[in-house]
Design a protein around this ligand. Structure first.
Ligand SMILES: [Zn+2]
Length: 349
């Protein structure tokens, strides 16, 4: 196991007194070097990179925060864990073999060194999608020693009912409620589900809460990164809503309309009569692919709703529909999973 040392300068760190588990993450951005992560986390106001290790796509492994120090990667779980980040966005990407192999070796090495068997995904300890639905968790967590509970069978943001399942058990598996599953899946009688039936796992609404050293909502932070790439160069990604993020919301929607309608239209972050006319009665719904769907994905994230990733142009799938329904239900809108005038206006307000 070759671990590459890095030369990063950290602020004040605290010594970790117990080490009983490892927690696995993805970087969410497709490309992330040790220096990138360090810079991003410094920009959050943290002491530096919050993870202890980084596994890159080419299978190289880097040290980030000193191994002895308390990390900043999973709020409430930092004091007794090692944080490992895998470069990539495994909501949409699949993991290269070299990276998977290196991850298995690293996890096995850490388990042996500290004498624990517990390996968790970030989503096991916080309301987040990290490290993504395509992350080969069972394989990496198993490494060459120890055992883990297999992750439930999923296909994107849906679950196929198996023999013996109840909606209560499925809700428990996904840390949600029977009501939320029934609503997202259009089930009228929660006692009547059948083998092979598709259950939609609703988007997770994550309210701003502390992670690491300071308050940061990882969904909003990822939304800010997408908003920066899509419509607002220079937008900071601190996971904290504010005036710049509000401006980004308007820019994201304006940019999507400009691209979809293929017109010259000024993206200025100010919602005026021209924007109003353009939005008009436009709607996007399940099955459609366009930039307005991209806008919906980013806007939901900027509002703290997990929606299974962002694409350019966006494809409106079951996960996005579930997140849209959840948002509508939480904001007193008509719950139809279709994003129209009222939903977009609410998302940018
Ligand atoms: Zn994470």
């Amino acid at each position: 196991m070759n671990i590459i040392k890095t030369n990063l300068n950290f602020g004040n760190l605290t010594k970790r007194s117990r080490t009983v588990r490892a927690i696995l993450h993805h970087s969410a951005g497709s490309k992330a070097s040790a220096e990138d992560i360090h810079r991003w986390h410094l920009a959050n106001g943290w002491a530096g990179a919050g993870y202890h290790f980084l596994v890159r796509k080419d299978g190289s492994v880097y040290r980030l925060r000193p191994e002895w120090a308390v990390g900043a990667h999973a709020s409430g779980s930092n004091s007794d864990s090692i944080g490992i980040c895998f470069e990539g966005n495994f909501m949409t990407e699949s993991m290269p073999t070299a990276q998977k192999q290196a991850g298995k070796e690293l996890v096995a090495w850490v388990k042996k060194k500290y004498g624990f068997t517990k390996v968790q995904a970030h989503r096991d300890v916080q309301a987040t999608g990290c490290p993504g639905t395509n992350f080969p968790f069972a394989e990496i967590a198993n490494g060459s020693t120890g055992t883990v509970t297999p992750t439930p069978p999923t296909s994107g943001n849906t679950y196929t009912v198996q023999k013996g399942d109840t909606l209560t058990a499925i809700a428990k598996k996904y840390n949600t409620t029977v009501d939320a599953l029934a609503k997202a899946s259009g089930i009228t009688d929660p006692n009547k589900i059948h083998v092979g039936q598709t259950i939609v796992i609703p988007g997770t609404a994550e309210k701003p809460k502390p992670e690491g050293d300071t308050g940061v909502n990882t969904i909003i932070r990822d939304g800010q990164i997408h908003a920066r790439n899509f419509a607002m160069p220079g937008l900071g990604a601190d996971g904290i809503p504010g005036p710049r993020t509000d401006e980004a919301k308007v820019r994201v929607l304006q940019q999507a309309m400009r691209l979809d309608y293929n017109i010259k239209f000024i993206v200025d972050g100010k919602w005026g009569p021209n924007s109003e006319v353009l939005l008009g009665r436009h709607t996007v719904r399940k099955g459609e692919t366009q930039y307005m769907v991209t806008a919906l994905q980013i806007l939901l994230m900027l509002n703290g709703y997990f929606c299974n990733g962002v694409e350019n142009p966006g494809h409106f799938g079951a996960g996005l529909e579930a997140a849209a329904r959840q948002y509508q239900a939480d904001h007193g809108l008509v719950v139809d999973g279709i994003a129209g005038y009222n939903t977009f206006k609410s998302l940018i307000s």
